[in-house]
Design a protein around this ligand. Sequence first.
Ligand code: HEM
Length: 162
Amino acid sequence: PANLDKAVSSLDWLLGNWESVEPGKGSYPSLKDFRYTEDLHFAQMGQPIINFMFNASDAETKKILHRECGFIRMQTGTNRVAFIIAQNSGLVEVEEGELVGKKLSLHTQALARPSFAKEPHVKEVSRVFQLQPDGKLEQTLSMSTDKQPMTQHLHVTYSRLP
Ligand code: HEM
């Protein structure tokens, strides 16, 4: 959009609403594989910041499983990106990384949770958002907990909603 602030204009390809094309795949050594649907919303609200909200539900029962929302900022004049994130699990994160072309790679920079958060505790998150040549958006997410080393938890592809 014309009003997109220069500071985040290199992320304009994310803006708008997305929905998983087919159910995403969830996995982890400690979990049974699962399938989920997810919608993503990225909007610019007149600041050099992108606001986002992700909602994920069980593909069969439609029960809400995971939600996160936050803000995306870029370091002026660089390709450094920060996601400032709050998750329904209680996890609060700053993820940082780089934008190269239409590929955004992020890794936990800081992390906090309520004193009574459920275990296991997440230690690190790594994720990649990549725009595919066909216009679909792919997200792959790995994490480590105090029980497991860095392992993939999620893989999902989204298409743009009109
Ligand atoms: C379980 C973290 C996103 C679905 C878990 C567990 C952790 C975790 C730590 C427990 C693993 C264990 O017991 O060893 C995260 C983080 C996420 C994320 C950090 C994003 C940054 C999602 C999303 C979904 C999802 C988008 C989509 C539906 C589940 C399910 C379980 C699970 C179904 C197993 C049941 C449960 O313990 O609630 N996740 N998760 N997660 N996650 Fe995620």
